[in-house]
Write a protein that binds this ligand. Structure first.
Ligand SMILES: *Cc1c(COP(=O)(O)O)cnc(C)c1O
Length: 397
């Protein structure tokens, strides 16, 4: 069995990944394939990236022992607080890293796609910080349901480009960003928001997020006297916060890896985003991965209460790990996620992003031993979701 889950082999994680791109993008994608590792490994990049993560993003993000939740679920539960990062989620780790790479490649324009607007805000923030031009592609449906993030991006100086093709959501925004890139390949850097897209993006984004598990190692040693947990839990859309959480533990079989994808109204309801349950191999946005599609290859629309998990594919690293049985994947339905979000709010005083609430909901589905050390990544904060939570107002306690 191949034990190198975090590292692709020529762009492939098992049978998933690769770079399936139109001819016109060949030059800029292979330029990035050649450039990214030397840049990331250079002292100059490391110095600038590390110092921004510390002084601008606010890293290391705390590892918080959640006492009341631990009592409830019968384990030693720690929350990795990506919600406390500047701009409110893990996305900024990646956005700043890619903006620094773009600058080193001599690019002056950055484009990005966004669904909930979190990656758009993170990219617009990084571009404001570094004085770069920024365009964010966003489906018209999402523009309407994520007003506040749209206004944040505009305030940061980014141009928000409405996408009115297809369902007008994240998947269409990705397609449109790729189309724009095709017509402006030389001066434009495409900052992909998750562990998806053509090689090298899944690896590049995973490396930018791997700071999460790098910190976990010393934080766990400090708090528990050992550097690995018994169990890691994260929510999964494209897979970037999950990739960062498991990166340095992927080949350590003692660590259980548990992922929560968005079940929507239920995996068999026709209204779901549970790609690891429902998907079949196919090519979407430049890579081979599991995709929700009809028998003849039409991409199916994804549905979830959480705009950040609402994508019909999932990154190749996670497709391979799930296929190999390395990760355990649960589908969490909308109502279960909302309930878990309320529960965390009432027991710990932390309002999680609805995406992250999917991970919290898994606690009730998995059996733990009392001394199990469980680390759950809270990918983002719930300020953006308060209206949605209130719409589903429920008595949970
Ligand atoms: C975007 C987002 C996600 C989903 O993206 P991944 O790449 O799977 O991490 C999860 N949580 C939050 C808060 C997000 O903004």
């Amino acid at each position: 069995m191949r034990h190198n889950y975090s590292n692709p082999d020529h762009g492939f994680y098992g049978e998933f990944g690769g770079a399936y791109i139109p001819e016109i993008l060949h030059r800029c994608v292979s330029e990035l394939q050649d450039a990214y590792l030397p840049i990331i490994e250079s002292d100059d990049f490391k110095r600038e990236y590390r110092s921004l993560l510390r002084d601008y993003v606010g890293r290391p993000s705390p590892l918080y022992f959640a006492r009341r939740m631990s009592e409830k679920y019968g384990c030693r539960l720690y929350l990795k607080r990506e919600d406390l990062n500047h701009t409110g989620a893990h996305k900024i780790n990646n956005a700043i890293g890619q903006a620094l790479i773009a600058r080193r490649m001599g690019k002056t324009h950055v484009i990005a796609e966004t669904g909930a607007g979190q990656h758009g805000v993170a990219t617009a923030t990084a571009c404001a910080l570094l004085g770069m031009d920024c365009k964010v592609f966003m489906g018209q449906t999402d523009i309407e349901r994520q007003r506040q993030n749209v206004e944040r991006m505009r305030m940061l100086g980014a141009e928000v480009c409405p996408v009115t093709t297809g369902n007008m959501t994240l998947s269409d925004a990705c397609s449109e960003a790729i189309r724009y890139w095709c017509s402006h390949p030389s001066d434009t850097y495409y900052a992909v928001g998750s562990t998806m897209g053509p090689h090298p993006y899944p690896d590049l984004v995973a490396r930018m997020q791997s700071v999460i598990s790098e910190e976990l190692k010393w934080q766990l040693r400090e708090k528990e006297g050992r550097d690995s947990p018994d169990c890691l839990i994260a929510c999964i859309g494209g897979g970037s916060n999950a990739a960062g959480t498991i990166y340095h533990y992927a080949d350590d079989d003692r660590v259980r890896i548990i992922l929560a994808e968005a079940g929507g109204s239920g995996i068999d309801s026709g209204h779901t985003a549970a790609t690891l349950h429902r998907g079949t191999p196919g090519i979407l946005h430049g890579a081979r991965m599991l995709v929700m599609q009809t028998g003849d290859g039409q991409i199916e629309e994804a549905f979830s209460v959480s705009a950040g998990l609402d994508y019909p594919g999932v990154g190749p690293m996670h497709c391979n790990m799930a296929a190999c049985g390395r990760s355990e994947v649960y589908a969490v339905n909308d109502d279960e996620a909302i309930r878990a979000g309320y529960e965390l709010t009432r027991l710990e005083g932390i309002i999680p992003a609805i995406e992250s609430a999917h991970a919290v909901a898994v606690l009730g589905k998995v059996g733990f031993k009392a001394d199990d050390v469980v680390v759950l990544t809270l990918s983002g904060r719930g300020d953006k979701d308060v209206e949605t939570y209130l719409k589903y107002r429920m008595d949970v306690l």
